[in-house]
Design a protein around this ligand. Structure first.
Ligand code: 3PY
Ligand code: MG
Length: 258
C-alpha cells in the first residue's frame, strides 16, 4: 500500500504544506503538482469541479509524490466514498458542526467494522496498491472543517471524535460565524483567539490542526504557531496574482481596468 505522505510528515513531526485546485483541468492540476507542495486538495465545494473532473485530475496529481485530497461539497457519505474509490487519499469535509456530523464523516472513510465505507475501490487500487482494502483505514485522512458557529461552540465534541485525523479551519466561514467580514488572512482579535482555541483543543486531543491561508506570510505564521497542515494558495489565485504582479511592473502601457 502506498503510504500517505501527509501522515508520514506528521510522524516525522513536520508540517504538510499544500494547495487547492478549483479549475477543472488536468494540466493545471499536474502543473501544481510540480511545485514542491506536499498535498493538493481538489475542491468540489467551492471549486468548479464535478466528479467527472475529479477522477482524471486525481490521475494527473498521482503522476507525482503529492498526496491527493478532495474537499467534498458536503458531508455526504456517498460522495466521500466515491472520491476515495477514485484514489483520493483523504477528504476534507466542510461545515462539520457537532459530534454526530463528525462521526458521520469518519464512518464514511472507514471500512467495517470501524465504519460504513462500502467495498469497491476502483482507481484507488491502481494508485494505492493491491492490498488497498487491508490498509486503507490507516492511510485515508478524514479531516473535518470547523467553521460554523455551532462548530465553534462544540469544537471539543468534534475534535475528540474517535478516528478523526485532523480539523481544518475555514477562515472566511469562521469569520462570518463570528459576525466578522469574510477575510481570509484575518487579524481580528476574536478570529485570532478562536483559531488559537481550536489549535489548543486539537493539541489536547492529539488531533492534527490544519489552516487555510491566502499567502506565504500567513502560511509561515501558522507553521510557526504549530499548525500541522497549512494551505498556501489555490491555482486560480496563484495565476491571477502572478500575472497582476507582472502587469504592475510594466511601464509605457495602460492595463485594462477590469
Ligand atoms: C473558508 O475560508 O471558509 C474556507 O472554507 C476556505 O476554503
Ligand atoms: Mg468554508
Amino acid at each position: 500500500m502506498r503510504i500517505n505522505r501527509v501522515k508520514q510528515l506528521w510522524r516525522e513531526g513536520k508540517p504538510a504544506i499544500g494547495g487547492f485546485l478549483s479549475i477543472p483541468s488536468c494540466l493545471s492540476a499536474e502543473a501544481m503538482a510540480h511545485t514542491g507542495l506536499d498535498w493538493l486538495c481538489l475542491d468540489m465545494q467551492h471549486g468548479c469541479l464535478d466528479y467527472s473532473d475529479v477522477v482524471p485530475m486525481l490521475t494527473a496529481v498521482s503522476t507525482t509524490a503529492v498526496t491527493p485530497l478532495v474537499r467534498v461539497p458536503w458531508n455526504e457519505p456517498a460522495m466521500i466514498m466515491k472520491v476515495l474509490d477514485a484514489g483520493a487519499y483523504g477528504v476534507i469535509v466542510p461545515m462539520v458542526s457537532n459530534r454526530a456530523e463528525a462521526e458521520r464523516a469518519v464512518a464514511a472513510c472507514r471500512y467495517p467494522p470501524a465504519g460504513i465505507r462500502s467495498n469497491g475501490p476502483n482507481r484507488a487500487v491502481y494508485y494505492g496498491g493491491a492490498d488497498y482494502q487491508k490498509n486503507a483505514d490507516g492511510e485515508m485522512l478524514c479531516i473535518a472543517m470547523i467553521e460554523t458557529a455551532e462548530g465553534i461552540e462544540k469544537m471539543e465534541d468534534i475534535i475528540s471524535t474517535p478516528g478523526l485525523d485532523a480539523v481544518y479551519i475555514g477562515p472566511t466561514d469562521l469569520a462570518l460565524s463570528l459576525d466578522l467580514p469574510p477575510v481570509m488572512d484575518n487579524d481580528d482579535p476574536r478570529h485570532v483567539a478562536t483559531v488559537a482555541r481550536i489549535l489548543a483543543t486539537c493539541r489536547k486531543h492529539k488531533v492534527k490542526a490544519a489552516m487555510h491561508t491566502g499567502s506565504a506570510k500567513y502560511t509561515q505564521r501558522y507553521i510557526d504557531q504549530g499548525f500541522d497542515m497549512v494551505m498556501l494558495v489555490n491555482e486560480r489565485l496563484a495565476m491571477q496574482n502572478y500575472v497582476k504582479a507582472e502587469v504592475s511592473k510594466l511601464t509605457g502601457w495602460t492595463p485594462l481596468a477590469n
